[in-house]
Design a protein around this ligand. Structure first.
Ligand code: CA
Length: 217
């Protein structure tokens, strides 16, 4: 089993390499984001241990780039518990699992083995409607091939509409899907549909009176 460790802290990288080699893994190490990405692209690894805070390019960008290139190598993200990042962000960007530093080597090994046992996760297909495309794996939205930058809630509303298309989605369903248990009223859905229309074009999201919204090609 070949592993890639992308980690800028030399001591941490050394300790991981020693421990993992003792377990029989073949280990390569990259000390920054760009070199990690280059190795992950072409190295034929069975899994990647990826730090979040890295010189040159964050671990999030590395995993996001790999997934955008349809590279599904299992990625275990490792992040410091500094509150700066939401741990789950890594999963949104396409990591398979994450560990928070400090962690015990035994836990790392168990999570790694679980990851290696797993079948490659079936990735969600890109959702499209006319010139509009949304990739649930990479969170990228494009219109006529040009990337459209959306806030997380905007993305959530659009994803729900695209998954249901061509059916109409009720306002309360959108509220429930995107805002969950949060204390938000249905007006917030109207507001976000307005934001989306501004970014994607008015005609792209149709209001069906008394029923809800639908996305149209
Ligand atoms: Ca780091």
């Amino acid at each position: 089993m070949r592993l890639l460790i992308v980690e800028d802290e030399a001591g941490m990288a050394r300790a991981l390499r020693r421990g993992l080699e003792a377990e029989g893994f073949v280990v390569e190490h990259a000390p920054d984001g760009p070199r990690g990405l280059a190795l992950a692209r072409f190295g034929g690894f069975d899994a990647v241990l990826l730090d979040v805070m890295l010189p040159g390019m964050s671990g999030y960008t590395v995993v996001k780039t790999l997934r955008a290139e349809q590279n599904w190598v299992p990625v275990l993200m490792i992040s410091a518990k500094d509150g700066e990042y939401d741990q789950a962000d890594g999963l949104d960007y396409g990591a398979d699992d994450y560990l928070v530093k400090p962690f015990s080597f035994v836990v790392l090994l168990a999570r790694l083995r679980a990851l290696l046992r797993r079948e490659p996760a079936p990735r969600p297909a890109v959702l499209t409607c006319g010139a509009l495309a949304l990739d649930p794996a990479t969170h990228e939205v494009t219109l006529d091939g040009a990337v459209v930058s959306l806030a997380p809630r905007e993305f959530g509303v659009l994803e729900a509409l695209l998954r249901a298309a061509p059916a109409v989605v009720a306002k309360l369903t959108l509220l429930d899907t995107v805002w969950g248990d949060e204390d938000a009223g249905p007006n917030v859905v109207e507001v976000y549909v307005g934001y989306l229309r501004r970014k994607l074009g008015r005609e792209r999201i149709e209001t069906v009176r008394g029923a809800g919204y639908r996305v149209v090609p």
